[in-house]
Every structure is written in structure tokens, then in C-alpha cells.
Design a binder for this molecule. Structure first.
Ligand SMILES: CC(=O)N[C@H]1[C@@H](OP(=O)(O)OP(=O)(O)OC[C@H]2O[C@@H](n3ccc(=O)[nH]c3=O)[C@H](O)[C@@H]2O)O[C@H](CO)[C@@H](O)[C@@H]1O
Ligand SMILES: C=C(OP(=O)(O)O)C(=O)O
Length: 435
């Protein structure tokens, strides 16, 4: 297990280039399974989860050619369906969340799909009902082996229909869309998730020949087509990484420019950080964050304490709430953080409390942060990263803290942040990877 050793309290300065979005990559990497033609994808982040999915696709029979770092050509001509019932498949596919999205394309093109209980962050219950309810409405039969935690699904033919999912699941929506594009007839899909990840997937599928309308809304109309062809697709910059960098700049009182962020795809993210009192400017397609001695949390209009909570897009993404929470620990004022979607994502606050932060964990979903307003600094400690976003939040806390911190289990951070230690060192951070 590797660790980061950090000596905090240094102001950083410089420019950061954003990697391609992890959660978009995990979706669009599954789309080449829908065609026998070549699909080129660029801006693929070089991170553990994405590389695991690329390896899995290759073992399944997809021909993969690396053009350069971040750009690959995929061709799914001969897929080894028998491999999907092996122990090796179960082990590999079960080690990340994104593997679940191979099921929709496999079902649509080959009439069957298999998946073990997928991995990903242990941040609370993460059900898959929406995925399989959607497939079942399209006419598929599914079977769940509770002993083996193994899902199998089958359909001779998928038929377009009206689908209204009970919740706007991100990966569930991606999966059902990829099944519906090759179904016979029209699918009307209501309560679809519409994160930029999904919008990007839909645009990519349309350039492969699919007929999806309503993109960026929660009502999609998908006219099934007989087959799809190749395309070129470029992944957007990772909005979660962008939010993490805004938090990093504020916490470490650093002047940082985040390059080429694709502003129009950031939704409420910049304004949510502004509500913590953080100054940030739009400069072309960059975000400029000046060095700020202090920042003060807004209140609601009536003077009551601000609440920041997650919601499906266009609401605030749950993946940035841990970052918001850590940034609030050094603000002036108080804020209630309400993590509605996941019930185990706020437990990392005990580490921040050990570092000297003032936080009341009200229940598994809610934490009140009473900002220190720089009255005193956080202090470095030894800690273990429980999940990807808590991991980066602890990293930001450590970079702002006095003295030495050690963060263990950084595999969690490597799952989603490419070369994070190298990029931080380029800004002047004192961070070292120890194996
Ligand atoms: C690989 C990937 O893309 N992972 C993302 C994806 O996971 P994933 O697609 O697994 O998450 P889902 O969108 O299915 O749902 C996440 C959780 O939120 C709850 N929920 C969801 C929708 C809703 O309207 N109400 C509600 O309460 C679900 O019950 C579930 O517990 O979306 C999550 C929610 O944005 C992100 O945290 C993950 O980073
Ligand atoms: C929860 C996350 O990832 P995953 O769904 O892959 O576990 C995340 O990216 O914050």
C-alpha cells in the first residue's frame, strides 16, 4: 500500500491542466462494444479505474491501439462471450464501478450480458435496480445469483418502450441508453440522468449513427437503429478535478489558474465555491483563483446558515461535497453540508477533527462546519484515505496544515487523479510518494 508524505503550509502558484473526466471515460469506453467499426477516443485520463476498464475490454476481445497517451482506437469485432462467465472476468469487472456499463452494449449487440457486483467507492448502498429495471422494460430477462453476487441478462430482441426510472442514476441511465439505441422502435426515457457525462455519451452515440433527442434534459427520445458505426470522440475536462483544484487553491491561499475548463459544462460548481466566499474569475476558458488571505461563507437571504447539498444534475454533484466540506473548515462562518445520496461519505470528517477542524457530524448524511477563519492552522497527522474524494479532501487539508502528514491507501486517490503528486510538486507543494 503506497502513501503520500506531505509537509504542509506552503503557498502554491502556477497553472494546472485538467485531465479528461473519469466518469465520462468509464461510459464512453463501453460504447465501442456497440459496433464492429473503429472508434477513436481522446483525452482519456491515465488513471487506475480507466486503465482497468481498458484492460478488461482488451481481454474481452476488443482490439485496442494506443495512438498516444490519452488517445486510443477501439475495435470490437470479435468479442469472447464465454470469457464473461469466467472467474477472471468476475474478479476484474468486480474491481471498479464503471465495468457495469459494458452490460447495456453487450445486451444490445449480442443479446446477453453478465456482471458481478461492481466495485467502486464504499460510500454507502449502491444499488443497481435502475439498470436492470430499464433493461427489463426493454424486454430483457435478468437473473441475480445472490450467493455469487452475479447478474446475468438476456434478450433475443430489445423493443423500445416508455421508461420512467425511479431515480436518475448516472451509470444506470448510460447503460439503458446504450441498450435502447439498438432496440426496435422508439424508447421514451423519463427521469434520465443528464450530467455532462451522459450528454457526452449521447452526442458520441449520435455520431455513431444513433438517434437520440432531448440531450441535456431528463426526457430522452431514442429511435432505435439497426447498427452503429465508428466515430471520433473527445472526453471533456474532469469537472470534479476542477472543483478539487478550486478547493486546493482556497485552502492553501494560492494563486492558481486552471486551464481549459469548458465553463459551459460546469453548471453550479463555480457559484457553489463562490458561496463559500472564494473569489474566482473566468478568463477565457480558464479559471483564475487569486491568492486569498481569507474567505467568508455566505448566509441565506434571511441570514440563516447556508446549506450545501447534492442533487442530480443540474444540481450540485455529490462528488464535490467532501471538497466543499474541507474548504469550509478554514472559512469564516458556518455551513451545513448535507450529503443526501450516500450514507457513508462523511465519516472522514473524524480525521479533519483530529487535525483541529471544528465539525459536528450530525448524522451520517449531515455535518456542520464551523470555520476556523484562519484563527489557527490545521495540524498534520497520519491518516488513511477511505474513498477517492475524501482522499483528495484529506490531501488538500494536509497541504494547508502545519507540519507533516502521511496519507495511507492512496490507491483510492490514484483511482481518479492522474499524476497528482507530480502536478502538485510543479506548483511548489512538498509531497512525496512512498511505497
Ligand atoms: C462511475 C460513475 O459515474 N460514478 C458516479 C455515479 O455513480 P452511480 O451511477 O453508481 O450512482 P447513481 O447515480 O446510481 O446513484 C448514486 C446514489 O445516489 C442515490 N440517488 C441517485 C439519484 C437520485 O435521483 N437520488 C438518489 O438518492 C442512489 O440511490 C445511489 O445511492 O454517479 C454518482 C452520483 O452522481 C457519483 O457519485 C459517482 O461518482
Ligand atoms: C464515487 C466515485 O466513483 P465510483 O463511482 O467509481 O466509485 C467518484 O468518482 O467520486
Amino acid at each position: 500500500m503506497s502513501s503520500f508524505e506531505i509537509y504542509g503550509g506552503k503557498k502554491l502558484k502556477g497553472e494546472l491542466t485538467v485531465q479528461g473526466a473519469k466518469n465520462e471515460a468509464l461510459q464512453v469506453l463501453c460504447a465501442p462494444l456497440l459496433t464492429s467499426e473503429k472508434v477513436t477516443i481522446s483525452n482519456i485520463p491515465d488513471i487506475v479505474d480507466v486503465n482497468k476498464l481498458i484492460d478488461l475490454l482488451q481481454i474481452m476481445g476488443v482490439k485496442i491501439e494506443k495512438v498516444e497517451r490519452g488517445t486510443y482506437v477501439f475495435q470490437a469485432k470479435d468479442i469472447d462471450l464465454a470469457y464473461l462467465e469466467t472467474e477472471d472476468f468476475k474478479k476484474r469487472a468486480g474491481s471498479l464501478r464503471g465495468s457495469i456499463m459494458i452490460v447495456g452494449p453487450l445486451l444490445a449487440r449480442f443479446g446477453k450480458g453478465f456482471i458481478p457486483k461492481p466495485g467502486g467507492d464504499k460510500i454507502g448502498r449502491r444499488r443497481l435496480d435502475t439498470h436492470f429495471e430499464g433493461f427489463a422494460l426493454l424486454g430483457a430477462k435478468f437473473n441475480y445469483d445472490a450467493g455469487e453476487h452475479f447478474y446475468s441478462i438476456e434478450a433475443k430482441k430489445l423493443k423500445g418502450t416508455y421508461i420512467h426510472l425511479d431515480e436518475a442514476s448516472v451509470t444506470g441511465t448510460a447503460n439503458v441508453i446504450m441498450a435502447a439505441v439498438l432496440a426496435e422502435g422508439t424508447t421514451t426515457f423519463y427521469n434520465a440522468a443528464c450530467e455532462p457525462y451522459i450528454q457526452q455519451l449521447c452526442k458520441m452515440l449520435n455520431s455513431m449513427g444513433a438517434k437520440i433527442s432531448g440531450i441535456s434534459s431528463n426526457l430522452l427520445t431514442i429511435e432505435g437503429v439497426k447498427e452503429l458505426g465508428g466515430c471520433y470522440h473527445r472526453i471533456l475536462p474532469d469537472m470534479i478535478e476542477i472543483g478539487s483544484f478550486i478547493g486546493l487553491a482556497a485552502m492553501t491561499q494560492s494563486e492558481i489558474t486552471i486551464k481549459d475548463v469548458s465553463w459551459e459544462n460546469l453548471g453550479v460548481i463555480p457559484n457553489t465555491f463562490r458561496r463559500l466566499g472564494i473569489k474566482l474569475e473566468r478568463r477565457g476558458d480558464d479559471i483564475y483563483i487569486p491568492a486569498q488571505e481569507s474567505y467568508e461563507i455566505d448566509t441565506f437571504i434571511d441570514g440563516s446558515i447556508l446549506t450545501i447539498y447534492d442533487a442530480p444534475w443540474p444540481g450540485f454533484t455529490p462528488d464535490l461535497l467532501s471538497i466543499i466540506l474541507v474548504v469550509a473548515t478554514q472559512a469564516k462562518g458556518s455551513v451545513l453540508i448535507h450529503q443526501k445520496m450516500f450514507e457513508s461519505r462523511l465519516f472522514f470528517t473524524d480525521k479533519l477533527i483530529d487535525m483541529g477542524a471544528q465539525i459536528i457530524l450530525c448524522d451520517p448524511h449531515r455535518a456542520t462546519v464551523i470555520g476556523l477563519g484562519r484563527q489557527h492552522n490545521l495540524r498534520g497527522i497520519q491518516m488513511t484515505s477511505p474513498d477517492i474524494r475524501a482522499g483528495v479532501s484529506l490531501l488538500i487539508a494536509a497541504l494547508s496544515a502545519e507540519g507533516k502528514s502521511v496519507i495511507h491507501n492512496i490507491e483510492q486517490i490514484d483511482r481518479g487523479y492522474q499524476d497528482i503528486d507530480i502536478r502538485l510538486r510543479n506548483l511548489g507543494a512538498d509531497i512525496r510518494r512512498v511505497n
